[in-house]
Design a protein around this ligand. Structure first.
Ligand code: ZN
Ligand code: ZN
Ligand code: FE
Length: 760
């Protein structure tokens, strides 16, 4: 039946719609609904001319919004009536966007369903090909060397497509139309299995051979998307133990990969929102509660309630899991805190003392990118490490910003670049404490400014003069600098990602950041907007005996708090600490604190957690930063009620003494009350205390918005409790979700403060 109701529309779409398979998607959709017209890239997105029945155009528009390719992100979609041009068919116009407009670059993406089906289809020409990909999936960010994003600008430049691959690449209706990493076994990258001397084992099927060796308990370094993993069978306790010994990583949890959701559910609880995270194309490591009686090695994640778990995200991973592993340990291929290895030669050099075999390939990785780590807490995704899958997708800002380069903090460093109303935060770079990490930091700045076409006009950094990131900023002599206080940056990161102006009451709880009075802050209540802040309340600063040494030795902080609360009488309290640690050492630490020798003052809540952890006998010495605090949280028994109380709780002081809390913790210890109950009471105390303080500040100032940030909020008991308590009091409460609450989010906050300063 002829359709009399033919209309035409012009559809303008803004957002991440280029290089993500958007035009082939529009083409297929138009054909499905029998529509004619064309689609073209523009400087700001995509424009479509569409003709057909208004009902079919309606369905087309609905699908456009709802079912677009996973990598696309539509920020705005407008449509207007147009004159009918009666084109014969629907076509993709080959126009490229003007070069002066830098577009968005897609993150690396997990292998899609279509490719996975082909991977295991014996009649498909890419059957078992470990580098199968299409416009909807595969490597992006880590293989790009230059813009514009097309094949010569990627590490695929040395692979010349065979005629079959080229035909797919050139066909607008094909899933691989302009898929830059398109390849097959005839023309693309390939795998090799090496021993740890670098000798090629010439295995006919390197994946099968690697799987066989993993089954036998060997450690295999596997080259992935953003770098090498060190891999062992997670069910093999001896193998996991060997990996811990060789990697010198005694306790920090290892990440896991399992073949599918059913395999994960055998060792962890998975809530529906966690399943969505696991399955998303970003394929992050998701923190999942352990299942009782799981069959994995207890050494994977000792003294922790969680398994960090991910699903396979490359074809190679799927091929490995076809061999039926319950789960594989997949930990970053590095030595201690160095950046992850990406180059075959470098990996052999650095990882041969750890790995027995190397499963390598010849597609270069240009930029290391670790696995992202996330959890679901208090109704939102919480990023712990933002990297693969998330980077370099921007955080969308409320205002346009001048081009700023923000250099981040010292630990868990990231950098941030702004362009108009976008903030591009780099992948997790790591702790800027060794030359390799600093090189990675510098090369990330170079690559990101180049790729995104950003020439910074302002540079932002921390106020700490000794951070390598601050020193880098100081060296950029041609650029004006903005030094941003660490906790102001934490709070600004919350304001930026939630697009709020402030003022806000900011709770900035973390391990350490230099304060404006030259003490180390970290338990701060700020009144802040993007331009400025004032310090409204904080813990009384106490000595941190040995400075950084106290971070690795929480018992030192315990001694400092105890000495403050009890003086010399602390030795008579009968605490387990005084038998666990050599009393002579404790005496030395007391002297250091008393005479303020190498004992900077700190108001850090992270250190208070450490101290209470050691007072309760949970942990005296930490293998990694925050371990004592984390184990104190893990110890907390949710059903225990109440907290510590007293006049001090309502005293209204801006200088909060720790003594009353410490004395009540010790009181409970001497009564034989379990650390589980003490920990819960300690958490409840902090929640009540800071809610009360926020309430007081609101009475004085009328500000009803609270912003929560800082690494201590990785503690979900505290985060959830604090949000509940403040919301019950009627506060609007915001925290981080798009960037980490820890120092990984600092660069975003720095950039926002610098942009606000420039706009004043
Ligand atoms: Zn695909
Ligand atoms: Zn090919
Ligand atoms: Fe911090």
């Amino acid at each position: 039946m002829p359709d009399h109701d033919v209309v035409a529309k012009r559809v303008e779409i803004n957002g991440i719609v280029q290089g993500v398979g958007f035009r082939p998607f529009v083409y297929a959709l138009a054909r499905r609904y029998g529509l004619t017209g064309d689609v073209a890239n523009t400087s700001s997105g995509v424009v479509i001319h569409i003709e057909g029945s208004s009902r079919n155009i309606g369905s087309f528009l609905e699908d456009l919004e709802k079912n677009h390719p996973p990598l696309a992100r539509i920020t705005k979609i407008l449509h207007f009536p147009e004159k009918c041009l009666s084109p014969a068919a629907f076509s993709i116009s080959d126009s490229q966007p003007p070069a002066r407009f830098a577009t968005f670059i897609s993150p690396d993406v997990a292998v899609c369903e279509d490719c996975r089906r082909e991977l295991f289809d014996p009649v498909d020409r890419r059957f078992r090909y470990p580098f199968i990909n299409c416009t909807n999936c595969g490597p992006r960010y880590t293989i790009i060397d230059d813009i514009p994003y097309d094949r010569p600008g990627t590490s695929m430049k040395d692979f010349v497509m065979c005629p079959a691959c080229q035909a797919e690449y050139d066909d607008p209706a094909n899933r691989r139309f302009h898929a830059q990493p398109n390849a097959c076994a005839a023309c693309g990258p390939s795998l090799r299995l090496l021993d740890n001397a670098g000798k090629d084992l010439e295995a006919p099927d390197p994946v099968n051979e690697a799987a066989r060796r993993l089954k036998a308990g060997h450690i295999v370094a596997v080259k992935g998307l953003g770098g090498f993993h060190l891999v062992v069978d997670a069910a093999n306790n001896e193998a996991v133990k060997r990996l811990r010994t060789r990697k010198h990583r005694e306790e920090k949890p290892f990440a896991l990969m399992a073949g599918d959701m059913a395999a994960i559910e055998a060792f962890a609880h998975v809530a529906p929102e966690e399943a969505r995270l696991l399955n998303s194309f970003k394929r992050p490591i998701v923190l999942l509660r352990k299942q009782e009686g799981h069959g994995l090695s207890p050494r994977v994640s000792p003294k922790n309630r969680y398994f960090g778990t991910m699903l396979p995200y490359t074809p190679l991973h799927y091929l490995l899991f076809a061999h039926g592993f319950e789960a594989l340990v997949m930990t970053s291929g590095n030595r201690s805190e160095e950046p992850i290895a990406i180059d075959n030669t470098d990996a052999l050099h650095r990882l041969s003392p750890i790995a027995d075999y190397f499963l390598v390939h010849n597609r270069d990785i240009y930029l290391p990118c670790d696995d992202s780590i996330v959890r679901h807490a208090k109704g939102a995704v919480r990023l712990i490490r933002r990297a693969r899958g998330y980077v370099p997708a921007p955080v969308f800002l409320k205002y346009r910003s001048p081009p700023v380069l923000a250099c981040g903090a010292a630990l868990k460093n990231t950098i941030c670049l702004t362009r108009e109303d976008n903030a591009f935060i780099s992948q997790h770079i790591g702790d800027l404490e060794n030359p390799a990490a600093y090189d990675f930091f510098c090369s990330t700045i170079d690559r990101m400014t180049h790729m995104l076409g950003i020439s910074p006009r302002i540079i932002a950094c921390d106020q700490h003069p000794d951070y390598l990131s601050t020193r880098y900023a100081e060296e950029q002599q041609s650029l004006p600098k903005v030094h941003v206080q660490h906790h102001h940056a934490h709070i600004a990161s919350v304001m930026a990602e939630n697009q709020i102006d402030g003022p806000v009451i900011g709770l900035a709880f973390d391990g350490a950041g230099l304060g404006t009075d030259n003490t180390i802050w970290g338990g701060e209540v700020l009144m802040a907007d993007l331009c400025s802040f004032s310090r409204m309340a904080h813990f009384t600063a106490l000595p941190m005996p040995g400075g950084a040494a106290a971070i690795k030795a929480p018992w030192r902080m315990a001694v400092s708090y105890l000495f403050d609360a009890f003086g010399e009488e602390m030795f008579d309290l009968g605490l387990p600490l005084f038998t666990a640690v050599d009393v002579k050492k404790i005496q030395v630490v007391v002297e250091m604190a008393k005479k303020r020798i190498n004992s900077p003052l700190t108001s850090s809540l992270g250190r208070l957690f450490d101290g209470v952890s050691a007072i309760c006998g949970v942990r005296y010495v930490a293998a990694f930063e925050g371990q004592a605090a984390m184990e104190l949280e893990m110890a907390a028994r949710q059903e225990a009620a109440g907290g510590y109380d007293g006049e001090w709780m309502d005293a209204g002081t801006i200088d909060i003494p720790t003594g009353p809390i410490i004395r009540q913790v010790v009181g409970d210890m001497t009564k034989g009350i379990s650390p589980a109950v003490i920990s819960q009471k300690f958490h409840m105390t902090l929640i009540r205390l800071f809610s009360r303080i926020c309430g007081d500040i609101r009475r004085e100032t009328g500000v009803n918005t609270a912003a929560l940030s800082g690494g201590v909020f990785q503690n979900t008991t505290l985060l959830s409790g604090m949000i509940d308590s403040l919301e019950n009091k009627g506060f609007d409460v915001f925290s981080n979700s798009l960037v980490p609450v820890n120092d990984g989010g600092i660069s975003l906050g720095q950039a926002m403060v610098a942009a606000a300063a420039a706009g004043k």
